[in-house]
Design a protein around this ligand. Structure first.
Ligand code: 5AD
Ligand code: SF4
Length: 443
């Protein structure tokens, strides 16, 4: 039965991308048809992000456009973190017909029916147990699939909206995850990325089975030995020897760890309510280097301009960057979010121009570190999972190395296909790309 067509647009993190895949699955199994033309769709869904003010402003601007291009009679629904944060306030915006938070997606078919009957509705209940264990997401295209293994977050970083928008942490059952793994393989994907706000705090226990993140990785790596496994994001507090040894023991678990540090200053880390110090973070990095070697690629998140951050605190951040020399960093200026602990109890007192200047210094330093890390790969042979033609040319193709670096290589003879694993001899680099030659092992 065809109940109409829907179009979905996704903002924010990979978790949101994965959630949109859950939404698509729920709607398709309820008789709706997914379309890629917004102007022709009966239902327009925007899956939103609240992490910084800018994310919300971007969405509101987009909404202004959408309401002009949508066809007559179609309905607009706001999903995700912004839906959860702003709740029925969003319904005051004329063109919005319904608002559904991250734990309410199973109610979408009902809510959409009501919207077509002319009733606005909101479902922003947060759940302590909804993990969508019984939904097989409609995975996207490409060679890599996301499997979210935890939802929500139990950390209370003072700046962060996520505990308010996604609720308490829950882990998917091992059985549900393995069902997804099998499904992903059956559909021809070559890489799995396990997702969670704090992926390495995964813990499932139903009284008969108990499993932590290292054990889960071990089970999956053994089940699909020819498939690459990645995971993000990790919390420094949950990096331990058991996890690192598991990564070391499996060729198909990528040596690539995303480990946000946010600030190098102990004073700021305390205000942020991050449960580690600069020294403890460095110990975790040393543990990674000891067990996985210096080749393990490291990615981080850095936030500058948090409440009371001094020039000396900023220097601590630059020094920590210098110590690790990350392969890549996601960098942000602090954006106050109402309702969070820092908004309620602290003062957003670093002037905007100082935030921007510090951010620029961080970005510039990171650029030199990325260039250094990428240049270290020149002269090496790397295993690449091929994604397809590069952005610049049909003759040049690209893929990713085990450590997630983008690798570009000549494929003018079309010997290489999407989803192939190939060996590339790296001969040049920029701070964001490796260039190399395909080594034809069959010759
Ligand atoms: N302001 C700026 N950046 C933030 N992040 C989280 N909350 C905020 C905020 N209020 C950053 C952190 C986090 C990443 C996903 O976004 O660095 O790790
Ligand atoms: Fe993802 Fe956080 Fe944005 Fe929600 S607020 S979409 S969890 S980045």
């Amino acid at each position: 039965m065809n109940k109409g067509s829907f179009y979905i647009e996704t903002y924010g993190c990979q978790m949101n991308v994965s959630d949109s895949e859950v939404v698509v699955s729920i709607l398709v199994s309820n008789g709706y048809k997914k379309v890629s033309d917004i102007e022709q769709s009966d239902i327009i869904l925007l899956n939103t992000c609240s992490i910084r003010d800018k994310a919300e402003q971007t969405l509101l601007n987009r909404l202004d456009m959408v309401k002009h291009i949508k066809k007559r009679g179609s309905v607009i629904g706001i999903l995700g973190c912004m839906a959860e944060r702003l709740k029925d306030k969003l319904l005051e915006i004329d063109c919005i017909n319904f608002v559904v938070g991250p734990d309410g997606y199973k109610s979408l078919p009902d809510i959409i029916n009501k919207a077509f009957e002319g009733n606005k509705s909101v479902d922003v209940k947060l759940s302590t147990d909804e993990a969508y264990n019984d939904v097989i997401p409609q995975y996207g295209s490409g060679v890599s699939a996301f499997i979210s293994i935890t939802r929500g977050c139990n950390n209370v970083c003072s700046y962060c909206v996520v505990p308010f928008t996604r609720g308490r942490e829950r882990s998917k059952s091992v059985k549900a995850i393995l069902r997804e793994v099998d499904c992903v393989i059956e559909r021809g994907f070559k890489e799995i990325t396990l997702l969670g706000q704090n992926v390495n705090s995964y813990r499932f226990d139903d009284g008969t089975t108990s499993c932590n993140f290292a054990q889960l990785l071990d089970i999956i790596a053994n089940r699909v030995p020819d498939i690459r496994i990645r995971f993000l994001s990790s919390h420094p507090k949950d990096i331990n020897e058991e996890l690192l040894n598991t990564i070391k023991n499996h060729k198909n678990i990528c040596k690539n760890i995303q480990l946000p540090f946010q600030s190098g200053s102990n004073h700021i880390l305390k205000l942020m309510n991050r449960p580690y110090t600069n020294e403890m973070y460095k110990e975790k990095i040393n543990m990674i280097w000891d067990i996985l070697g210096k080749d393990c690629s490291l990615v981080t998140d850095i936030m500058t301009g948090f409440c009371d951050e001094t020039e000396e605190d900023h220097q601590d951040t630059l020094r920590l960057m210098e110590y690790v020399k990350f392969d890549y960093a996601f960098t942000f200026a602090y954006s106050e979010r109402s309702g969070t602990c820092s908004a309620n109890t602290m003062c957003d007192n670093v002037p905007h121009d100082v935030k921007i200047r510090r951010l620029t210094e961080i970005i510039n330093l990171q650029q030199t570190h990325s260039l250094y890390r990428y240049s270290q790969c020149v002269g090496k042979i790397v295993d690449v999972l091929v994604e397809g033609p590069s952005k610049r040319s049909e003759l040049e193709w690209q893929g990713r190395a085990d450590d997630n670096k983008v690798v570009v290589f000549n494929n003018s003879e079309k010997l290489i296909h999407e989803g192939d694993y190939v060996k590339i001899n790296v001969n040049d680099n920029t701070s964001a790309t490796l260039m190399g030659e395909f080594i034809n092992t069959t010759e």
